[in-house]
Unconditional design. Structure first.
Length: 103
């Protein structure tokens, strides 16, 4: 059904956040990276969907090297847009539980 839409008429927001499996587990974000890549290949090869994908800098356990590897992996998937966000540690959100670990 998605392939029936005219090119450019749909935009999908894909919140990848990280390609680091250890970081994903640490922040309780389960993600099937193989399936994610299959979906990207389908969307880019068989549809006219515009893909906007997000990565986040500063996730607990993420290193400069692992972020760079994830960024390169995302670029290779060919989204039309990549947004790099900076982690916001808002009071009362579950991510703040990692503050004690980093001190």
């Amino acid at each position: 059904m998605i392939a029936a839409f005219p090119p450019g008429s749909l935009q999908f927001e894909v919140g990848v956040q990280t390609f680091n499996e250890d970081v994903g587990a640490l922040i309780k974000r389960r993600q099937n990276y193989e399936r994610l890549e299959e979906n990207f290949h389908f969307l880019r090869g068989k549809t006219g969907v515009h893909i906007h994908a997000d990565l986040i800098v500063g996730l607990p356990g993420e290193t400069v090297e692992s972020f760079a590897a994830g960024f390169d992996r995302l670029v290779a998937l060919g989204p039309q847009e990549i947004q790099v966000g900076i982690l916001k540690r808002l009071r009362g959100t579950p991510i703040v539980r990692h503050d004690a670990d980093s001190q």
